[in-house]
Design a protein around this ligand. Structure first.
Ligand code: ATP
Ligand code: MG
Length: 564
């Protein structure tokens, strides 16, 4: 059965596993979670994880929890908690909102229970307080092919460990002075099992928990137990956690957690071309002002795409099209651009705008006169209807649509040539007006009144059709043309990723728009005929001073470059 958006049912190894688990009665229901760390904005890679976790919950009448994995007080912030919540809601709205848990979860709200579990591990002889410094520990831990050396504190008695752990919590020791370690196996080929740290001392306030704690649990201890406390059935994460899975299982198998317990499943990260995905690098772009903030429309963040004018449906369609595998590869960002282009081709109304204006005077059109012509809103959707488009003696066309000395294959305007103005008339260029330096100031044309609407009663044809706006009625707007932020498909492949920043990733242009565009509000998307898809910038556009973002061009200009 197809889903609500008309897509075919998705199938991949994780979905197969969920279906098999449910058929075997392994869990009472499917519960997944999306567990971001609130240390940055969500990016398109997170969108893939959201689509997978919410999608699986939706397909299995389950629930998906939004949980903040907020156990590191140093890098986390409530600004990120807010932006992430907003982005998740936006991305699933109208699709999977019914499976989002009513409560938002925070790993930090489990600090007390996690602490109790840690005490339980100590009591059972499965954890100890270690005094080795980080540097000392590096040499104790060994390497994959070399067994590690046991910490001199590994065999401390239970009472001593309980006492030291409670003094760690009480704030008696400085950062790094002591840690709590799980007592597992110093000879394991998996370094994650060589007595990993599960608690460390950090004298730092936490954005949720305040001043309550100066010891903080580590990811590997926190994540599996948070999953367990929330009744997660399938804990889905990216491949780099595959080597952590034995530790995930060890913790749950050594504590009295409710059964059936969660299991972890890994898939490969999304890595689109011409982008960086690491939050550290995205933060660097923001902090060093290579972009204007996390929601800069050039950023691969959900907030950036939303501001640029991408729809949630196009992002979901892209993520679902990429599929879920264990194969580490890169994904052509052109697929994302195609997804929004395809959607907008069907839904966006057409409008006229001139981004590089050349003035045209229609010499035989009466001065002071104007008229309304009829323009089709969307050739792909008859129900979108028609609108009035004003025409007058003074017009703007694109500078690139005129050549004084055109080559043979140029079918647009040139001296003594006739073209169609879309929805209007045939015009013929009569003369070119220049300044003292030979720059073209404006051109003079005549129009044929018999061709109103765009066809000649005598059946004569023209090869070119141009878009235009009436100068008298045009609305001035700032138009922001975005391009890819990096010039290399894999900016992280070699050297510093900043070396391949695209200097032309943003061009700001003063455009002339047909008057109906002044009324467009944030969230409305249109096609500027022959130019691409545009939307008012939700932050900067005002009725007095419209600002438009280019969402995407009409075709993939990068594909053309690659084939040259
Ligand atoms: P960092 O960039 O700091 O390593 P992260 O990308 O791992 O952070 P988290 O907030 O820990 O960010 O991620 C939340 C969830 O999103 C995790 O389950 C993670 O596996 C998943 N995720 C993160 N990046 C991607 C990606 N590129 N593709 C698919 N899933 C991702
Ligand atoms: Mg992470």
């Amino acid at each position: 059965m197809n889903d609500a958006e008309g897509n075919e049912p998705l199938k991949d190894f994780i979905r197969d596993r969920v279906v098999a688990d449910m058929a075997a009665g392994a869990y009472p229901g499917v519960v997944t979670r999306f567990p971001p760390e609130p240390n940055g904005y969500l990016h398109i890679g997170h969108a893939k994880s959201i689509c997978l976790n919410f999608g699986i919950a939706l397909e299995n009448s389950g629930v998906c929890n939004l949980r903040f994995d907020d156990t590191n007080p140093a890098k986390e912030d409530t600004e990120f908690v807010e932006s992430i919540t907003e982005d998740v809601r936006w991305l699933i709205e109208g699709w999977a909102d019914s499976v989002l848990s009513s409560e938002i979860f925070f790993a930090s709200s489990y600090f007390e229970q996690l602490h109790n579990y840690a005490v339980q591990l100590i009591r059972d002889g499965n954890a100890y307080v270690c005094d080795l410094s980080l540097e000392e520990w590096e040499s104790y831990r060994g390497a994959p092919e070399l067994p590690g050396k046991e910490s001199p504190h590994r065999n401390r008695g239970v009472e001593e460990n309980l006492d030291l752990f409670s003094r760690m919590r009480g704030g008696e020791f400085a950062d790094g002075e002591k840690t709590l370690r799980a007592k597992i196996d110093m000879t394991s080929p998996n370094l994650h099992l060589r007595d990993p740290v599960i608690y460390r001392i950090r004298h730092e306030a936490h954005h949720q928990a305040g001043e309550a704690w100066c010891i903080y649990p580590m990811y590997d201890f926190t994540h599996c137990l948070s999953d367990s406390m929330e009744g997660i059935s399938h804990s889905i994460c990216t491949l780099e956690f595959e080597v952590h899975r034995p530790l995930y299982d060890w913790v749950l198998d050594h504590l009295p957690v409710p059964q059936p317990r969660p299991h972890q499943h890994e898939f490969s990260r999304l890595n689109p071309t011409y982008m960086v995905m690491s939050k550290r690098k995205l933060l660097q772009l923001v902090q060093e002002k290579h972009v204007h903030g996390w929601d800069d429309p050039r950023m691969p963040t959900i907030a950036g795409y939303r501001r640029r004018g991408f729809t949630a449906a196009s992002i979901r369609s892209f993520c679902q099209g990429v599929g879920v595998t264990k194969f580490k590869g890169i994904t052509d960002v052109g697929l994302l651009e195609n997804a929004i282009r395809e959607e907008l081709n069907k839904t966006a109304e057409r409008r006229c705008a001139v981004l590089d204006p050349l003035e045209v005077i229609i010499d035989n059109y009466p001065e002071g006169q104007s008229e309304d012509l009829e323009a089709i809103n969307n050739p792909e959707d008859e129900s979108a209807g028609k609108r009035a488009l004003p025409f007058g003696r003074r017009l703007f066309i694109e500078r690139a649509d005129f050549m004084e000395d055109p080559p043979k294959k140029f079918f647009r305007l040139g001296p003594a040539r006739e073209v169609r103005l879309r929805y209007a008339y045939f015009i013929t260029c009569q003369s070119v007006e220049k300044d003292g330096e030979g720059n073209i100031l404006r051109i003079h044309c005549t129009y044929d009144p018999e061709t109103r609407g765009g066809s000649a009663p005598d059946g004569r044809k023209v090869k070119g059709t141009l878009h235009w706006v009436s100068a008298e009625h045009a609305v001035d707007a700032e138009v922001r043309l975005y391009d890819r932020l990096f010039t290399e498909p894999e900016p992280e492949a070699e050297g510093d990723f900043l070396d391949c920043l695209n200097p032309d990733s943003l061009k700001i242009i003063a455009g002339k728009l047909e008057p109906s565009l002044a009324k467009l509000s944030a969230g409305q998307r249109v096609q500027f005929e022959r130019l691409g898809y545009f939307t008012p910038d939700p932050k900067d556009s005002t009725p007095d001073k419209p600002v438009f973002n280019r969402i995407v061009g009409l075709r993939d200009s990068w594909a053309k470059l690659a084939n040259k």
